[in-house]
Design a protein around this ligand. Structure first.
Ligand SMILES: Nc1ncnc2c1ncn2[C@@H]1O[C@H](COP(=O)(O)OP(=O)(O)OP(=O)(O)O)[C@@H](O)[C@H]1O
Length: 351
């Protein structure tokens, strides 16, 4: 657990990076710091491993003030990942990842074995281990950066814009990979980004900071989207927050409708053709087969999945299936939107 207690930082030139920040990053969770450029995110992060010391307040790691710890020893117990990976250019990928285990006293051989396993774990071919960082793509370098931060078995990871320098597709892959790793490893992660989408995707909790180093809101992503604390947060979270909220709302309350099924569209309408197990095969219209679009799993799916299914369906009616892919019924986009509106109006939701 990382606790910031009334932490302030004024740099020697008088810049106040943080005014008085109090928040707790819980054990085993991803806590994201997000906000516009210059709001003090990096300063906050670096206080945890004493790359920056606060001018007021305290930072506690598992209840103990980090101010009393030797910085080098402290850093060996904290993984650190930065933009552009920050790899040592003259060491091979394997030796980059093995650096911390060696510092922690493991033999070089043992450290390299661990490093090779970690490379695989972050989705890299172990053969890249013998290359130098410059011989890897940006996305691969970031993966090595994550592997290196995990190598010391540190329970705490600090990640400062780790995925900002790669293109959006690679970035989405890296985010998925991090979530997958985290579900296995359960580290305490403090993650800095200026990208609200990334914050909402990754954060168990999200702290929105404003310039001048004050906390605008600290909440679960769904709450940030449904109840921004003020205009600044609402603006920062964005105009399409209604759409993004859909991913946090379960679709269990949606009422499914009957869909016309059968081999023929005798009346010129759309029919859904099923196989013998009642799994949708195709939509049929005027004798033409048209792909069904995305199907929606009614058990445990989100409203976003339901809306995608409705919008991607050529007939305009989304297809809901069970866990085995068998037809359950139809979904209309209007019904999804109506449910979204009811859920943002507590009186309506209770009705
Ligand atoms: N060493 C320093 N000396 C003086 N001012 C600094 C120093 N480091 C950071 N600052 C200032 O402190 C404020 C907060 O900087 P910080 O890097 O923490 O913000 P940030 O939110 O991480 O910004 P960005 O998203 O642009 O990286 C900024 O005004 C910055 O210019």
């Amino acid at each position: 657990m990382i606790e910031f207690r009334d932490v302030g930082k004024a740099y020697p030139d008088g810049t106040v990076a943080l005014r008085s920040l109090s928040l707790t990053a819980r054990e085993g969770q991803i806590t994201v710091l997000v906000g516009p450029s210059g709001c003090g995110k990096t300063t906050t992060l670096r206080m945890v491993n004493r790359m920056v010391d606060p001018t007021s307040g305290q930072v506690l790691l598992d209840g103990a003030d980090v101010g009393g710890r030797d910085p080098a020893a402290l850093r060996r117990g904290i993984g650190y990942v930065i933009q552009n990976a920050g790899l040592f250019p003259h060491r091979t990928v394997l030796d980059n990842v093995a650096t911390v285990p060696v510092l922690l006293g493991r033999s070089r051989r043992e450290a390299r074995t661990t490093a090779a396993e970690l490379l695989e774990r972050v989705g890299l071919d172990p053969r890249v281990g013998s290359r130098y960082p410059a011989q890897l793509s940006g996305g691969q370098q970031q993966r090595v950066g994550v592997a290196r931060a995990l190598a010391g078995d540190a329970p705490v990871l600090l990640m400062d814009e780790p995925f900002s320098a790669v293109d959006p597709v690679v970035r989405a892959d890296l985010q998925d990979e991090l979530l997958r790793l985290q579900s296995d490893l359960g580290r305490t992660i403090l993650f800095v980004t200026h990208d609200i989408d990334e914050a909402i995707r990754l954060g168990d909790m999200v702290a929105v900071l404003r310039v001048g180093g004050t906390l605008a809101q600290f909440a679960h992503p769904a709450e940030l989207l449904s109840s921004p604390a003020d205009d600044f947060v609402a603006e920062f979270v964005g105009r399409d927050r209604g759409y993004r909220r859909l991913q946090f709302l379960g679709a269990g309350e949606l009422t499914l409708t009957d869909l016309p099924t059968g081999p023929d569209d005798g009346e010129g309408g759309w029919v859904l053709v099923l196989d013998d197990d009642r799994r949708p095969v195709t939509w049929r219209h005027d004798g033409q087969d048209v792909a069904v679009g995305s199907l929606y799993r009614a058990d445990g799916g989100s409203l976003r999945g339901a809306l995608d299914a409705a919008l991607s369906s050529p007939s305009g009616r989304g297809v809901a299936v069970d866990g085995d892919g068998r037809l359950l019924g139809g979904i209309d986009a209007e019904a999804v939107i109506a449910l979204l509106h009811r859920s943002s109006d507590p009186a309506g939701a209770a009705r």
